[in-house]
Structure formats: structure tokens, C-alpha cells
Write a protein that binds this ligand. Structure first.
Ligand code: FMN
Length: 350
């Protein structure tokens, strides 16, 4: 089994969890700079979208070298589209590819993708096998031009790929849940292990639970016992609020590491177990807004606003500040709102 960068990570492994609409390129860059996760995974992107020529789908694949090791996450149902999309990921210089088998959103799972794959293990295995084959073919010299991708996708890749890209075998990992409607994680991971993924990350909820209830770490632990008998590494995920909690869960449930998601909203420092000052929070909120404009363009600033609200959580007059930030249309406006004068008037709520 070729595990690529997964073999070079520190122990335990602490990574930032992929989150659609959140872990875009500016967020990942800010998190890399101020949180230094050991591994970063992009938002998920549809393989069918890529193969139908959706250049928009590739925006999720913009990244900066500071994020390395950086893994591209894909989802879908069509095996051939996984084969072709693997060439896009490899040509863009990613360190690995992660297959989403955990998304519970109806738009994804009702067509059998994401967590829907838990119900079709044979297809899930075929997807891993095919993605691995594509990466092997690419590492042995097969070109992106040879896999019948839409020309606009190939052109985008050529425009955004790093120079002098070195062909090597990229590792394939899987992120999933503990079951579909019931907990079936032991049986499910045994299926996945047949295809020898480099890493399996398990979110401790079933598809049916969506994000309700709490993550079942006992179930993660029981799957970890099985995975630990192989060369595949296992990470746990769900409801981790701090680094001490992450380390405690890793130890208690016998996993190799953990992915942290929502707790890192507006708080990249969490991954370093640091508590920032208000001044630092303001400065990074502005930096994040500037990167947002630079990387994703100045035309549509609205998605940045939720991040701004996260940065100012827990301040004495947060609601007033939030109202202003929710109207901001540019990083300059954010800078004006989060001014030295504002700074003097806020205090953290203990
Ligand atoms: C807004 C949002 C978007 C998400 N998008 C993805 C995604 O694209 N791919 C994925 O594997 N998981 C996705 N997830 C699930 C998270 O990666 C993670 O498994 C989940 O939030 C539980 O971890 P946490 O409690 O640390 O947040 C998403 C979660 C949220 C809240």
C-alpha cells in the first residue's frame, strides 16, 4: 500500500475537517497560517460536475503551498467520473485525494453519493479501486488529455497547475460515517479496508442523524480496533471543541488522529491550543477578508460575512458589531468597522 504523505505525519494527526461553503481557499490559508493543521482537506467537489465541464466546481481546488499536505475531496456516484477527476486532482499538484462517503445532504445521498455509498459497499469499493487505478496510470505517465475531460476543465487545470509537477503515486483516503440509519461501522470499514485506503476518517454519526445528537466515539473506537490491524490509519471526528479534548479522545478511543470542524470557525488558533487576544482576532478577520477578495474576487463578498460573525463571537457588544459586519461589502469596510476605536470599546465575555 502506498500511503504517501500519510506516513510522514506527526502522531497524533490533527487535521482540519472539510466543510462545504466554509473551508474554501482563503479559510484554509488562514487556518494553515494561524493553526498549522497536520493535514488539510478541501470542500467536496462533484466528480460528475467536473466531467460535465463545471469550471465553477474547481474553485474549491485552489490552494496555497502553505496548506500542504493538502488533500482534494471529491464525491459522486459515477465510477468513470472518479477515474477522470483523479487526473485533475493529480495534475493540480495535490498531495492526496479523499472520497466523501459521509455527506448526509439529501441532494447528495438520495442519489447514492456521499453517505449514500454506505448502502452500496460494492460500488464504494469499485470507486476506491478505480480512483487508485487512475492515480497509478497518471503516475506512470498517462496524460490528462488522454481521459476525455471537457476542454474547459483541462484548460483550467493547465492554467492553475504548479510548474514542473512531479508524477508520483497519490494516496487515496475516505471520510465516512458510522452507518446509514443504524450503526454498522465495523462491517462497513471491513469493506473499505479490502481496498486498502491510506486513511479512513470516521464522523461518529449515522447519515440518519445528520448533525443531531452527539458523535458516538464508542462506535469510532470499535472501528478503530479493526482498522489498527491494517496499514490504514484511522481518524475520529465529531464534536471536538478544543485540543485537550482532541488529545483525550484520540487516546481513549485508540485512533491515530482527529479532524476538527466547526470548533475552528473563526478560531484557527484552536489547533495550536492558543487563545488569541481581541486585537489578534480583529487583525486576522481583516486578513481573512483581504485574502477572500484576493483569491475569490471582490464581486461577491457575502459568503465572507459568516466568518466575520464567527471571529467576533463572545465580545461584549458583539451584536452591534455583527450587524455592521453583516452589511460589509469589502475588506476595506471590514477594516473600517474593526478599527482601533472599536477595539477600545470591546471586552471578551468570560
Ligand atoms: C457546513 C458544513 C459543511 C460540511 N461539508 C463537508 C464536506 O464537504 N465534506 C465532508 O467530508 N464533510 C463535510 N462536513 C462534515 C464535517 O467535515 C465534520 O465531519 C462534521 O462537521 C463533524 O465534525 P465537527 O463536530 O468537528 O464539526 C461539513 C460540515 C459542516 C458543518
Amino acid at each position: 500500500m502506498k500511503r504517501g504523505f500519510w506516513d510522514k505525519l506527526p502522531s497524533p494527526i490533527i487535521g482540519i475537517s472539510p466543510m462545504d461553503g466554509v473551508t474554501d481557499a482563503p479559510f484554509r490559508l488562514i487556518t494553515a497560517k494561524h493553526g498549522s493543521p497536520h493535514v488539510t482537506i478541501t470542500e467536496f467537489t462533484s466528480v460528475e460536475g467536473i466531467c460535465h465541464g463545471s469550471v465553477k466546481a474547481l474553485i474549491a481546488f485552489k490552494f496555497d503551498n502553505i496548506e500542504r499536505p493538502i488533500v482534494a475531496q471529491v464525491y459522486g456516484i459515477d465510477v468513470e467520473s472518479f477515474y477522470k477527476s483523479a487526473f485533475v486532482v493529480a495534475e493540480l499538484g495535490f498531495d492526496g485525494i479523499d472520497i466523501n462517503m459521509g455527506c448526509p445532504a439529501t441532494s447528495v445521498s438520495s442519489r447514492g453519493a456521499g453517505a449514500g455509498l454506505i448502502r452500496t459497499p460494492d460500488l464504494a469499493k469499485q470507486i476506491i479501486r478505480t480512483t487508485k487505478q487512475a492515480l497509478k496510470d497518471w503516475s506512470e505517465g498517462k496524460k490528462i488529455e488522454d481521459v476525455d475531460l471537457p476542454k474547459e476543465i483541462v484548460a483550467w487545470v493547465k492554467e492553475h497547475q504548479p510548474q514542473n509537477i512531479e508524477r508520483h503515486l497519490l494516496p487515496v483516503s475516505v471520510k465516512t460515517r458510522i452507518g446509514y440509519s443504524e450503526i454498522t461501522v465495523e462491517e462497513w470499514v471491513k469493506h473499505l479496508l479490502e481496498e486498502e485506503p491510506a486513511n479512513i476518517c470516521i464522523h461518529g454519526r449515522t447519515l440518519k442523524q445528520m448533525y443531531t445528537g452527539s458523535a458516538n466515539w464508542e462506535a469510532i473506537g470499535s472501528a478503530a480496533k479493526i482498522i489498527k490491524q491494517t496499514k490504514t490509519t484511522v481518524m475520529g471526528n465529531g464534536d471536538i471543541h478544543s485540543m485537550p479534548e482532541a488529545l483525550e479522545k484520540i487516546k481513549t478511543y485508540g485512533v491515530d488522529g482527529a479532524l476538527i470542524g466547526r470548533a475552528a470557525f473563526g478560531n484557527p488558533w484552536l489547533l495550536k491550543n492558543l487563545t488569541p487576544t481581541i486585537e489578534e482576532k480583529f487583525a486576522v478577520a481583516v486578513e481573512h477578508a483581504e485574502l477572500y477578495e484576493k483569491i475569490l474576487g471582490a464581486d461577491y463578498f457575502v459568503p465572507m460575512r459568516k466568518h466575520l460573525a464567527w471571529y467576533i463571537r463572545g465580545f461584549s457588544n458583539a451584536s452591534e458589531l455583527r450587524q455592521k459586519l453583516m452589511q460589509a461589502k469589502s475588506s476595506q469596510e471590514v477594516k473600517d468597522i474593526l478599527s482601533v476605536e472599536t477595539l477600545q470599546n470591546v471586552t471578551p465575555v468570560i
